[in-house]
Structure formats: structure tokens, C-alpha cells
Design a binder for this molecule. Structure first.
Ligand code: PAF
Length: 423
């Protein structure tokens, strides 16, 4: 029998029930045995029309004596039985069944492509697949160039540059989401080579913060990074970045006195230090940061300017899920209840923007309205809500010209940040 892996997804009707019925259908196929299923992952619709509902996804391992085409035919029959009428690729659907792998076979016909051509771009396929086929994910991850050694990375980057090529650099702490992938895509668009670093930097976490439990998954990250255009991953070890007796730090003053700098003492010293080290190792032409960490991007821009570092910083827009929640690796910590409460963040930012558009200028009044809306959520605990000058980050009493509205709020134990710039 051939071992196959299937992807199942549902975003219409009773999604749990559709998945249950589809699994029953797969289990009762002739010459086929359902061996294992993964947990269920809820994800945003990918490339679907705006307003499409969220998907429930899982993967299944089956053994079959059917040919790949016959199996696909049977799966298509299950889709039809469960009410899927519109078979176009990105249409909302009660059930979507794909063959991800069919043994080691490669098929590339107009109607059937195996392995599934978009599987490496999708964390909602890779993560459940890793649960039931860890060796398979390991072998996909092996195709990606990952360098841990600092000197080898320096040599790799120097060689790229001596060949006249440009380097776009995306520093991350891993557990990549679509926000990171948008930075990688942009880097690959702008530059010849895209280098991504994955390093959970211990010195930017406070003693009571989540350094130890910060989510990590190098294998899935490498596959996602490569599929978005990453050519090489730099994955240093903490002991090499900060060896015994390490004692040099970069401190960007003033703008770190506010917002996250005030509530996470030492955080930006850790960020600026590690980013300066990464820049020194890689010497990129352009480095990419997300606007969700507005203050971080400003700190890096200031450091680059003040220390005459020879590179350009590009800040890319916040990527949000379809409900408006800004993507963050920390979102995985949220319980379903906390996640639904956290949607209030973007709503309150929108509300602030509307108040300003209607003519309100008093920062205190706007902040009070936001505070009022957020505190109604049971799991929310506000760290700060600030309206600040978008360059100096000094708190504003009156909204004039360009202003940053930024907030940090705990939902349970998870601290989320978000912001918008108005004016
Ligand atoms: O934004 C992050 O993920 C981190 O702060 C960074 C920039 C990679 C430095 O560790």
C-alpha cells in the first residue's frame, strides 16, 4: 500500500461536522485505510475573496492501493457529497480535500500536481503535517540552506557581495507568520539575495518575560522562509552571540523612554545590540522591519543614522488577520476567548481614528474612549495607550499633524502591541 498525506479544510457551514464527515468518507473508501489525523488548526482564508470565513484545517495519513488519480477522483466525490459546488481554487467551501503527498511520486499534470505545489507556503499545512509526519517535514527542511556558524555566515554574505549582488536582510525571532513572509517577499523583490535570521535574542527579554517559552520551530520556519524567497537562514546559537564575558551594548536614548521602552526596561538595548551585531555579520544593503513594532523600527533607524551604518531600513505595513488582529508569533499563546477579546485592539484604534476624523483633538479624551472599550473585555489588562509624536514618541496632549496611537495590552498572560499612524 502507498502512504499518502491529505490536507482537509472547511470554511462554510458547520466546519467541524464537515471535517468529521469528510474523514468518515475517507475512512470508508475502498482499498484505503485512514491511519492518523493531526489536530485541527484554525486559519485565515488564504487568497480567498475578502470577507471569506476562517478555515479549519487538518492533515491525515492514509494507506491506499488506489492510484493517485483514482484517489483524487474519490476525494472529489466526497467534496461533492458534502455540498461543494464551486470547485474553483479559492472559493469558500464546506470541504476541500487535497493530496499533499502520494508516496514518493511526483505528478505534474494539468489536473493533478503532487506533491501539492503550494504546501511549502502554508503553515496551516506544514504544522499539522509535522504532527503526523515529522520525518517528512525534516526532509523538506533539509533542502533549505541554514547556517549557524557566525564566521560561515559572514563569509557567505561577503561572497554574495563580492559577486556584485545585493543582500536584503530580514531579522526575526522565528515562528514565522504572514507578516514575516511579507518582509521576506519584499526583500527578495528589492535585492538579489534574501537572508533571514532566526534568533530568539535572550537579552531583549526581561527576567519575568517569555524567553524560555517563546515559540520555536526551525523546520517549519525554514520551509516557509524559502518558499517566500529566503535564500539562506542564519540561525546562531545564544552562546556564540554572547560568549562568556560579553559586555558591549548599544543604547539608543530618548525615544526608548516611552511606550514599550518604559514598560520593558532594557528591551530596546537588547534589540539594538543584537541588530547591530547582525548588521555587522551580514552587512546587508537593506534590512526590513514591520510597522507593528513601530518603536523598534524607529530605534533601529536612529541607531543606523547615529552610528553611520551603511544600509537602508525599510519599514513594511502591519499584516492583520481577517478580523483585524495584528499578526504576531505570540498570538499562539492566546486561548480562543482571549483571541476574540484581543480583536478589541484594532477596533479601538479604528475608533480613535474616527474620533480624530470627526474633529476630536484632545488626546486624553481619545485615550479614555479607547480605555473604556478595551477594559470591557474580561481578559484584557492595559499596559499603556499612548498618543505620541510619530518621530520623537513624546506623548501629545493634542493631536496635531502626524501622530502615533500605540497600545500594549495583556490578554491573560500574553502581551500584545498594536498601533496606527494618523494625520
Ligand atoms: O522583531 C523581532 O523579531 C526582534 O525584536 C528582532 C528585530 C529580530 C531582534 O531580535
Amino acid at each position: 500500500m502507498i502512504i499518502c498525506y491529505l490536507g482537509l479544510g472547511s470554511n462554510l457551514g458547520d466546519r467541524q461536522k464537515n471535517i468529521r464527515l469528510a474523514l468518515q468518507g475517507v475512512g470508508s473508501l475502498k482499498k484505503t485505510k485512514l491511519v492518523r489525523i493531526s489536530g485541527i488548526y484554525e486559519t485565515d482564508p488564504c487568497n480567498c475573496p475578502p470577507g471569506s470565513p476562517r478555515f479549519l484545517n487538518l492533515t491525515a495519513k492514509v494507506k491506499t492501493n488506489l492510484s493517485a488519480r483514482a484517489l483524487m477522483g474519490e476525494l472529489s466525490g466526497i467534496e461533492t457529497d458534502l455540498g461543494r459546488k464551486d470547485k474553483r481554487r479559492n472559493s469558500p467551501r464546506p470541504i476541500d480535500l487535497d493530496i499533499l503527498f502520494y508516496g514518493n511520486k511526483r505528478i505534474s499534470s494539468p489536473r493533478l500536481k503532487i506533491p501539492h505545489p503550494r504546501l511549502k507556503e502554508r503553515d496551516f499545512v506544514l504544522k499539522p503535517l509535522k504532527e503526523i509526519a515529522p520525518a517528512l517535514i525534516k526532509s523538506l527542511a533539509k533542502e533549505v540552506k541554514v547556517i549557524s556558524d557566525i564566521d560561515l555566515t559572514r563569509k557567505y554574505a561577503a561572497k554574495v557581495k563580492s559577486g556584485g549582488k545585493t543582500i536584503g536582510f530580514v531579522p526575526t525571532m522565528g515562528y514565522l507568520h504572514s507578516g514575516h513572509l511579507s518582509l521576506i517577499r519584499q526583500a527578495k523583490k528589492d535585492c538579489d539575495i534574501c537572508l533571514v535570521s532566526i534568533f530568539v535574542n535572550p537579552i531583549q527579554f526581561g527576567p519575568r518575560e517569555d524567553y524560555k517559552k517563546y515559540p520555536r520551530d526551525l523546520e517549519v520556519d525554514s520551509i516557509l522562509a524559502k518558499s517566500a524567497g529566503g535564500d539562506c537562514i542564519f540561525y546562531p546559537q545564544a552562546k556564540d552571540m554572547y560568549d562568556l564575558g560579553y559586555s558591549t551594548y548599544v543604547n539608543v536614548e530618548k525615544i526608548t523612554d516611552y511606550l514599550c521602552g518604559a514598560s520593558r526596561l532594557g528591551h530596546f538595548r537588547g534589540v539594538a545590540t543584537v541588530v547591530a551585531k547582525l548588521f555587522n555579520i551580514i552587512r546587508p544593503d537593506i534590512a526590513y522591519f514591520g510597522q507593528k513594532d513601530f518603536q523598534q523600527a524607529l530605534v533601529i533607524e536612529k541607531m543606523v543614522k547615529d552610528l553611520n551604518m551603511p544600509l537602508k531600513i525599510k519599514v513594511m505595513p502591519i499584516v492583520r488577520d481577517s478580523d483585524g488582529l495584528a499578526l504576531s508569533s505570540r498570538n499562539v499563546y492566546l486561548s480562543p476567548r482571549e483571541k476574540s477579546d484581543a480583536l478589541v485592539l484594532f477596533r479601538s484604534l479604528q475608533k480613535a481614528k474616527e474620533m480624530i476624523l470627526r474633529g476630536e483633538r484632545k488626546a486624553g479624551k481619545i485615550i479614555a474612549a479607547m480605555r473604556n472599550e478595551i477594559s470591557r473585555k474580561k481578559s484584557a489588562r492595559i499596559d499603556y495607550i499612548i498618543i505620541a509624536h510619530a518621530q520623537t514618541l513624546e506623548p501629545l496632549e493634542y493631536v496635531k499633524k502626524k501622530a502615533l496611537i500605540a497600545l500594549a495590552v495583556y490578554f491573560g498572560k500574553t502581551r500584545l502591541i498594536d498601533n496606527i499612524v494618523v494625520g
